[in-house]
Design a protein around this ligand. Sequence first.
Ligand code: ZN
Length: 570
Amino acid sequence: MRRLASAALLAILPVALLFSQATNSDSAHPVSTAGKVQQIAGLPPAAQQAMSAVDAQRIRAHVRFLASDLLEGRGTGQRGGDIAAEYMATQFALYGLKPAGDNGTYMQKVPLEGIATQDDSTVTLVPNSGAPLDLTYRKDFVMTDESGSARTEVNADLVWIGYGIDAPEFNWDDYKDVDVKGKVLLMLVNEPPSDDPNFFAGKALTYYGRWTYKYEEAARKGAAGVILIHKTSMASYGWDVVRNSWSGEHSFLRDSKTQKLNMAGWIQFEVARKLAQACGMNLDEMIDAAGKRGFKAMPLPVQVKATMVSKVRRFESSNVLAVLPGSDAKLKDQAVFYSAHYDHLGIVPGMAGDNIYNGAQDNATGCGILLEIARAYAATRQAPKRSVYFAAVTAEEQGLLGSEYLGKHPPVSAQDISLALNYDDVPPLGVPEELNVAGAERTSFYPAVERMASSFNLTIVPDAQPNAGHYYRSDHFSFARVGVPSFSIDEGDLYKGHNRDWGAEQSEEYVAKHYHQPSDEYHPEMDFRGDAVMARFGIALGWEAANQSTLVGWKAGDEFEKARTASGSQ
Ligand SMILES: [Zn+2]
C-alpha cells in the first residue's frame, strides 16, 4: 500500500522537482538518481536513465577547463581553439561514441581564410563641400576587406540605401532604381519598424534585418562595400561588442563561391551624424524616411576613399563530430543533432590588460552541456531508434561558419535530419523556472516541446527581445537554412529563489560588462544546476524526436519550409 502510494505520488510530481531534490546542491558529489526516475509519457526507461546521469558538477569541470587562460580564448585557427577541439574529440572518444568526421576521425575539416584588418587601414569620407572626415580605426569604424587581398584601394561614390533590403514577399526593395555597382552603400541594421505581423514579422526581426544578410545582398548586387550605421538600440549590442568582434581576425569559408565586398563594416552613430550634416541632411530624418513606404535610395555627395590593408592567412579549423548509431535497422539512417560552438574570440596579442577572451558563458557552458548529453547517451543500454549526432562546431563567432559548413556538408543528408538542438551561452545562475526555445513554435514538434516543458515544470517564455533577431544569430540557424527544424535551448529570466527582476538584472549586467569581453571568465560561485536541467530537457526532446514515427517538419508557410522541401528533392 505504501509503495503504491509513493508510486502514485511520483507519477504526479513534475520531473524537475525530482531532479532538483536529487541534485539540490551543485556542490554535492555526483548523485545517482537510479530508481527514482519518473516516467515521462512516451519516453523509454533508457531516456530516463540518461537524463538522471547528467551531472551539474561535470558541466562545471568542462567550463572551468575550456574557459581557463591556458585555452587562450579558443580562437578559431588559434592554438587554443585547436586544443578545445581536441578536448571535445577526446571526451567523445572516452564516452565510446563513434567518430563522424572526415576519414573515420572526429574532425571535420573546415577550410577558412582569416582576414585581419591592419591598423594602417584608412577610411576618409570626402563630402563635395566641407572638410573630409578622417576616421580612426576601432574608435570610429571597423571594416573588413572580404576579398582576401593584402591591400585594396577603394575610391567610390557613397549611396544611402536605408535598410538595404530586397524582400519581394513584403513588396519592399531599397535597391530599386539606384545604381549600386562598384559603390559603397551606407545603410542601417535591422528592418523597417512595424507592428504588423505580416510586414517584416512585426516587432520580431526577420533575417532581412541581420548584418550578415545586408553584406550578402549588397555583394550579390555588385556593390564594392557596405558601411553600417551602428546604433545600440538598433543593433541590440553596444559599440564595444562590434569593435571587439570585428577588430581581430575575421574568417570566411574558403569554399563559398559568393561574391565578396572590399569594405564590410560599421561606423559609429556620431560619425554618421556628422556625415549627414556635411551633406546638409539630418540623420534622424533620414532614418525615419528609410522605414517608410516610398523611401528612395540616393547617391550622397560624398566620396569614399579607403585603403584596406589586411593580413590574410589560409587555414583549417575543425568541427568535432561524433555519433551514437540508432537502434532501429531502418530509422538509424535518419538522425537527431545536438550542437554547441566551442570557439570564442581568442587572444589578441599586444592588447593592453587582459587580452584573453575566455568565453566561459559564451560558450563553454554549451560545450559542457553538449558533453554531458553525449556522455549520457553513450552510456545508455538501449540507443534511440534514429542515430544521434553530437557536433561541437567552430567559427561561430566569425559568423556561424563552422555550422554553415556542417549544414552544407552534413554526415547524413539534411533531409534525413529530423531535428537539431543547439546550446549557446546558457547562464550558470541556478535552477531555472523558465525556458526559452524561440523558433520551436515554427516546427511541428512544438506540442512535444510544450508537453516536456510542463513535465519539467518549466514555463516557456517568448523571446524577450524578438527585435534582436536571436533566431539568426546562433548555430541552429545554419541547420534551418538547409531546411532542418532546429532551435536553441536556453533559460528564461526566472530562477528559483529569485524574482524575475533579479534574472533580468543578471542578464543585463552580463550583456553590458562581460558579453564578448575578456571578463567572460569562470568563477567558482557559478551555479550549473540550470545548465544540467537544460541538458536533461534536451535529452528528453531529442530522444522523443529520435523515436517518433515521423520526421519533424516546419509549420506551413514558415520561411524555412522551402529549404526543407528543396533538401528532400535533391
Ligand atoms: Zn555563443
